[in-house]
Design a protein around this ligand. Structure first.
Ligand code: COA
Length: 147
């Protein structure tokens, strides 16, 4: 499979909505996706195959020199093939180009795949937010990478 990482465009929204519903109990709406894709300072990347199918995405909100990773997801049947690795590596390199000071995020404390992914790319746990998530209620681990 030939995978390309590119900037998300508005035409990706229907595929992103479908991916959200597959991956999350509280999926983003098309309006939320549009805001994340179009807002100044944000980075929203998609991984596409040769048929322009969206296989995964990563979303970052940039505020001054701070980067907040909102989410990353890969289609359930395409996991463990390095797609998230490629998305996160590309995002970190874009964050360095934009001269961001750090990247930070929250992740469910039980989400071993995501925590493993972030640790692999140098993120360190820096705190805990108690009962941060709903559906189900769960703590969030805060993780940060200084650039
Ligand atoms: N168990 C443990 N570590 C895992 C893992 C698993 N099931 N899946 C991925 N990882 C970690 C490993 O460190 C892996 O590196 P390795 O292959 O050298 O061991 C690294 O992530 C990269 O794996 P990759 O194949 O690129 O990940 P992926 O494409 O399967 O995507 C997620 C990983 C987390 C994005 C994917 O599982 C997903 O979409 N989950 C649902 C959405 C989600 O929870 N997003 C995170 C919200 S904060």
């Amino acid at each position: 499979m030939n995978i390309t990482v590119k900037k998300a465009k508005l035409h990706h929204i229907p595929q992103l909505e479908a991916l959200e519903k597959l991956c999350f109990s509280l999926p983003w709406t098309s309006d939320q996706l549009e805001t994340l894709i179009t807002s100044e300072g944000n980075v929203f990347l998609v991984a596409e195959n040769e048929l322009a199918n969206v296989l995964g995405y990563i979303s970052l909100t940039g505020v001054l020199d701070e980067g907040y990773i909102n989410n990353i997801a890969v289609a359930p049947d395409l996991r463990r093939q390095g797609i998230a690795d490629l998305l996160l590596k590309t995002l970190i390199s874009k964050a360095r180009e934009k001269e961001l000071s750090f990247l930070t995020l929250e992740v469910r404390s039980s989400n071993a795949p995501a925590i493993g992914l972030y640790e692999k790319h140098g993120f360190k746990p820096v705190g805990l937010r108690r009962n941060y998530y709903d559906k189900p209620t769960e703590d969030a681990v805060l993780m940060t990478l200084f650039l």
